[in-house]
Unconditional design. Structure first.
Length: 425
């Protein structure tokens, strides 16, 4: 691959060989790995083992950039010491802590190493992660890494997956609508009565509300999710691996509890506010969606809207769209862009605004906790609270009030503050 193909990546590596790391850098396997990286376009500079690391880093940068002004956004500093990680931060460089040679993982985290790897092979994978499957055919997106270039194949994967998901949901809905319309009368009377509950033999609307409409919706999600699994699984594994380097130390249980508290309070605050301001009146489409979702038996609604639906949507929006955008643009750009698509997908202004905000939260949860399970759990918890709450808490006039909305807003705001403050503790 040409030098130009790598211009957007961190390809300059400063090695801090202090302590036990020095002989490792001269080992045969390490030298072989370094030659492989150099063939891929990486350049290396080794620090002299002195007391003034800041001065050594400046010398290393001068060597890498031939005396010209260095672009620090293209540089990693690899170190196995706390002093190395601290010096990198002082010089504005992202550091990769190599745990186990001088300091353990927790000490490197306390020194605010940006990433942590546990072996040289993991270091190799970490450095190569941005170059895997890099496509020479590229288009530009504003605000991305070094000009925001995203591969044509990656762009096609995003658009194709989104359109396929919509197509499969629509096609499945039409298919099963036709099947129930044609053969529904042959079902046992008890099952037929249960499925058509709430429709009272009004077959013209039977497939858009009630139990049968929700069952068909669940089938839509299941069939649309199948191809998404095959596309998303590799992207999710790579992103989980990449985010793991910045989340090596296991987070304490209270951070997960705070996450649940935040989602619950945010959901209750926004849902209550929507009822209070009569948001349904602002969108006929939203009113119809709400009427359909709450016209079925609560157990069926929980299975479809709180389990099957979130899994299918997360596979597409965070599993494919977000992870692909994240790979080729800044994280913030990926968060916002994927959330915009998620909002558009919902098809009406009320749900669209809420889905955009929620899409940002889900993607940020992915980054914060370092696992695809995080946005999936956020989606499930949010839908569960919103759906069950509409049958219970949100029918209480004392709950649907501005004081309750203010209290929930204070709770989720406090949760955000705590999650930020205690993230690296």
């Amino acid at each position: 691959m040409t030098e130009t193909a790598y211009e957007a990546f961190k390809k300059y590596i400063i090695i801090d060989p202090d302590g036990d790391m020095a002989p490792v850098m001269e080992a045969k396997a390490t030298l072989k790995m370094r030659r492989r990286l150099e063939k891929k376009g990486f350049s290396f500079a080794f620090l002299a083992q002195g007391e003034d690391k800041s001065k050594e880093i400046k010398a290393g940068l001068s060597k890498l950039f031939d005396g010209k002004k260095p672009d620090k956004s293209l540089v990693y500093m690899v170190t196995c010491t706390v002093s190395g990680a601290e010096a990198a931060r002082e010089q504005g460089l992202e550091s990769v802590g190599l745990a186990g040679y001088m300091e353990d993982m927790e000490e490197l985290m306390e020194a605010h190493a940006d990433y942590i790897v546990l072996s040289l092979s993991e270091l190799y994978d970490f450095l190569m992660r941005e170059t895997h499957e890099y496509d020479e055919g590229r288009i530009s997106l504003p605000g991305g890494k070094a000009g925001g270039r995203i591969g044509i194949k990656a762009f096609a994967a995003i658009v194709g997956s989104f359109l396929l998901f919509i197509l499969l949901r629509t096609g499945t809905g039409l298919l099963f609508t036709s099947l129930f319309s044609t053969f529904g009368s042959y079902l046992p009377e008890g099952l037929l009565s249960f499925l058509y509950r709430g429709n009272e033999n009004n077959f013209s609307s039977a497939f858009y509300q009630g139990n049968i409409g929700t069952v068909i919706g669940g089938l839509e999600y299941l069939i649309a999710a199948v191809p998404m699994v095959f596309v998303a699984i590799k992207l999710i594994r790579r992103t989980d691996r990449d985010t793991r380097h910045a989340n090596m130390v296991r987070k304490p249980v209270y951070l997960y509890i705070l996450g649940v508290v935040f989602v619950a309070a945010f959901t209750l605050a926004t849902q209550t506010a929507a009822i209070k301001v009569q948001a349904a009146a602002a969108s006929e489409s939203y009113r119809q969606v709400a009427q359909s979702q709450y016209s079925c038996h609560i157990a069926i609604g929980i299975v479809v809207y709180c389990l099957i639906g979130p899994v299918a949507e997360e596979l597409l929006f965070r599993g494919i769209i977000y992870t692909t955008l994240r790979r080729y643009t800044y994280v913030l750009v990926a968060v916002i862009a994927s959330a915009v698509v998620f909002g558009i997908y919902h098809g009406n202004i009320v749900q669209g605004i809420y889905a955009f905000i929620f899409g940002c939260i889900a993607a940020l949860a992915y980054e914060y906790y370092g696992s695809f399970l995080a946005p999936l759990a956020v989606h499930v918890v949010q839908n569960l609270i919103a759906y069950v709450g509409s049958y219970t808490l949100l029918k209480n006039e004392m709950i649907v009030s501005w004081p309750f909305i203010i209290i929930m807003t204070v709770v989720f705001s406090g949760s955000i503050f705590a999650l930020i403050i205690f993230k690296d503790k």
